[in-house]
Write a protein that binds this ligand. Structure first.
Ligand SMILES: Cc1ncc(C[n+]2csc(CCOP(=O)(O)OP(=O)(O)O)c2C)c(N)n1
Ligand SMILES: [Mg+2]
Length: 778
């Protein structure tokens, strides 16, 4: 009842203009109360926007916090799920202490942080459940009771009936059946997905019927499927207790199809359901409302009297209203205080200005604003400062100082935590150089990785790897060769071909304190997982304002090899969609091993792209593998030179180095810089310093034109204040805009070659000194 009244009041708040949008959990209350009964300490939820009653029943969401989110209150204390960063209905608990260290998750009720894309909670749910399996099966982890008690934790998922049409849903269900993990998925079936009825979403109109083939039998593992009506409390309770017990003890996945749910207020505040539901359906929804039915059940079983229930309802309504008012007072009170300061500072400055009248008018207009937001305050102050641009007096100075202070406060409110702010952030990891000397043996690059993974599996029980062909054969390039036999199937694991849920499996496991490497076989297939990396992993710290972390390492291999789908280098796409992750582009396997070592000491999620053509190239084996680290955001100068700086990374390093040798022969001295990591990018300004010496720069890679080469140029030219040091126009070298054609000739005519680089560098020098460097093609 309390949750229902929160929904009813919430919709009104939006219509009154006090919040921008609202989506509520009315019509789904009873099933969620039953689910909360079966949920235990240490368990995790991954669900969607209808789950307010569940969160309230656990005691993890007060009505005040519920409204704080609706208003977008930026306080972590009052809106712990997202500190005002997420729209209402995005639930989450805080797994981390303020300093970024883990809390004792087994002593808490946990919810992963929700995201909006329909069904995108499913892959992560799989991972949360999979973590229980790892904790149960891996003896080295038994002492980690902060995260798991013998793998007894259940991961509880919720999803709307229409969202089950997404591919992610089916991929996750299939993977759960294969892996046999303790995952209980509830489908809240209210017959609709916004306006579209379920016949248009689901074959036979029933997701449990569709999934029948996944059902476990006496002789075959599978999924337990339960059907129950959302208004039938006893049946719901039985279903949830049974599901919880089965999943917890035997790690059998369960799907509970909760049917006959309703949506008393329609989908959201964006429209009314009278537009698409028949009068008959609307009447049915009224009669079969789960709260109404529960009341009838209580009365017919004489559990309480009508008067008692009326009283509970009245009290719930009053409490919801009171808490809403408290949330509004806290939210608006904070802004009103800021507004009052701004009004007084602008008014004071006005007294000393020649533009007194207009400034006073601006202050007056600001103080008259109904339901002011922060934007009203800051906009006025910025406009006032523009108005005061010719002034110089104390009033202006005070206003400017206050504005600056608000800048850093608002940065913390709206922009912090894109990357880790804890002591384990990647930039804080100390550099330890690889120990290599004349006697270090020359080996295939892949052997360096293999040796590194061997040492890390030995020393770190929370570390494990999985992906397509990673287990038995030790990945397609054999960096894990022999390691499954040595450490067991739970440390080095084969998976199905399902990139999206490989990522989800990693995210969920990392949310529970494990240190997985999830492998995507080739960079070109990252696209299947990039939606989840972007929508979930990359923004996790940001959208929880440091409340959760998932330091997943995604390992893949790419750049030039053969053909359209095995030589991609879509770094621009990655850079644009994965802000919030560390992006490593090692030039060889020694650098890659050092980067993995750095990442495993940090608490940030990362993508490492190894060079697909580098596994069989010879490298010297360092004697301190596992110890040495490669610093993030620190480019390496591979060759010193004085005429042109060429900035590159990955497989292009060798191409550029070869070009530099040829250019040296014709009298052009090239400084070659490997950026090593694209995010973070050159944090100490190494490239800018180089440009000061050479006064010319080319950014070279094998992405499309305007991709990551343009990103690097922007980072350096805008970010490192080098424009004034340039004597030539800065340039980029990239691959052709199309996908690379097959075979060595296809590669030559698609990707930048040594000749391309030599000629472009030569042309740059020709322009600077045509006598010394006459035109080649004239
Ligand atoms: C990938 C994606 N596509 C579309 C949307 C817009 N959208 C939000 S909710 C919704 C309908 C979901 O219906 P259902 O899963 O049945 O949940 P219900 O709201 O009925 O509980 C849609 C299409 C979205 N959030 N994500
Ligand atoms: Mg629905």
């Amino acid at each position: 009842m309390l949750s229902r009244h929160a929904s009813l009041i919430g919709r009104k708040e939006v219509f009154m203009g006090k919040a921008k949008f609202g989506i509520f959990g009315d019509g789904k209350e009873l099933a969620q109360i039953a689910m909360a009964r079966a949920f235990q300490l240490g368990d995790f939820r991954a669900g969607y926007y209808r789950d307010q009653t569940f969160m309230m029943a656990l005691g993890e969401l007060s009505v005040t916090a519920y409204f704080a989110q609706l208003y977008a209150h930026t306080s972590v204390e009052l809106e712990p799920a997202s500190a005002g960063r997420l729209m209402n209905g995005h639930f989450s608990t805080r797994s981390l202490n303020e300093d970024g260290s883990w809390k004792e998750l087994t002593a808490m009720y946990n919810s992963a942080s929700d995201i909006s894309p329909t069904a995108a909670q499913m892959p992560k749910l799989l991972g949360l459940a999979y973590a229980s399996k790892i904790y149960r099966k891996n003896n080295g982890l038994k002492s980690q009771t902060q995260f798991s008690k013998d793998g007894n934790e259940v991961a509880w998922g919720t999803i709307g009936n229409a969202s089950t049409s997404e591919g992610m849903f089916f991929e996750s269900i299939n993977a759960a059946g294969v892996l046999q993990v303790p995952m209980v998925v509830s489908v809240w079936d209210d017959g609709y997905g916004i306006s579209v009825p379920k016949e248009f979403h689901t074959t036979k109109g029933s997701i449990s019927e569709v999934l029948e083939g996944f059902s476990r039998t006496d002789s075959q593992a599978g999924i337990e499927i339960i059907r129950v009506n959302g208004w039938d409390y006893e049946a719901l309770l039985n279903a949830y207790l049974k599901a919880g017990e089965l999943a917890r003890t035997t790690h059998t996945p369960v799907l509970i199809h909760v049917e006959e749910l309703t949506q008393p207020q329609g989908h959201s505040t964006s429209g009314s359901h009278e537009r698409y539901k028949s009068a008959e359906r609307l009447k049915w929804e009224k009669d079969w409302d789960c709260n109404t039915k529960f009341r009838e059940y209580i009365l017919s079983n004489k559990i309480a009297t009508a008067d008692q229930l009326d009283q509970i309802e009245a009290e719930s309504k009053a409490q919801a209203k009171k808490e809403k008012e408290a949330a509004w007072a806290a939210f608006s009170g904070e802004i009103k205080k800021e507004l009052a300061v701004a009004v007084s500072l602008v008014t004071d400055a006005a007294q000393q200005s020649t533009r007194k009248v207009i400034l006073e008018q601006m202050a007056q207009e600001l103080s008259n604003t109904i339901n002011p937001i922060r934007k009203d305050v800051i906009t006025t102050v910025r406009k006032a400062l523009m108005m005061l641009r010719f002034d110089s007096h104390e009033g202006k100075a005070k206003l400017k100082n206050w504005f600056k202070d608000q800048g850093s406060i608002n940065f913390d409110r709206y922009n912090s935590h894109l990357y880790s702010q804890s002591e384990w952030n990647v930039l804080a990891v100390e550099e330890i150089k690889p120990a290599i000397d004349d006697k270090s043996p020359l080996v295939d690059g892949r052997e360096i990785l293999q040796s590194f993974f061997d040492k890390t599996l030995e020393s770190n029980p929370a570390f494990f790897a999985f992906g397509e062909d990673v287990g038995k054969i030790g990945d397609v390039n054999q960096a894990f060769a022999g390691l499954q036999a040595k450490y067991g199937e739970n440390r080095v694991q084969d998976t199905g071909i399902r990139e999206c849920t490989i990522i989800g499996q990693g995210i969920g496991a990392a949310l529970r304190g494990l240190r997985p490497i999830a492998e995507i076989q080739y960079l070109d297939y990252l696209l299947y997982g990039i939606q989840l990396l972007s929508d979930d992993l990359a923004c996790l710290q940001y959208r929880t304002k440091g409340g959760q972390k998932a330091p997943l390492i995604v390992r893949t291999r790419g750049h030039r090899l053969e053909g359209v789908w095995h030589s991609g280098s879509p770094m621009g796409m990655i850079l644009s969609s994965l802000r919030g992750m560390v992006i490593c582009v090692p030039r060889d396997m020694t650098q890659a091993a050092g980067m993995y070592a750095t990442l495993l000491k940090s608490d940030e999620p990362a993508l490492v792209i190894e060079c697909l053509n580098g596994y069989r190239l010879k490298e010297q084996m360092p004697s301190n593998l596992g110890e040495f680290t490669v610093p993030m955001g620190k480019p390496d100068i591979l060759r010193a030179g004085k005429d042109i700086t060429i900035v590159t990374y990955g497989s292009m390093c060798r191409v550029v180095l070869d070009a530099a040798i040829e250019l040296a022969e014709i009298g052009i001295s090239i400084e070659v810089i490997d950026v090593q990591t694209l995010l973070p990018f050159d944090v100490h300004g190494v490239i800018g310093e180089s440009i000061k010496r050479t006064s010319r720069v080319i950014f070279a890679d094998e992405d499309v034109p305007g991709g990551a080469s343009a990103y690097m140029m922007q980072q350096v030219i805008e970010g490192q204040d080098v424009f004034k040091h340039l004597d030539s126009e800065p340039q980029t070298i990239a691959a052709k805009a199309h996908r690379p054609a097959y075979s060595s000739d296809g590669d030559y005519f698609s990707k930048p070659s040594v000749e391309d680089i030599v000629e472009q560098a030569y042309a740059m020098m020709h322009e600077a000194d045509p006598k010394k460097f006459p035109a080649i093609w004239d």
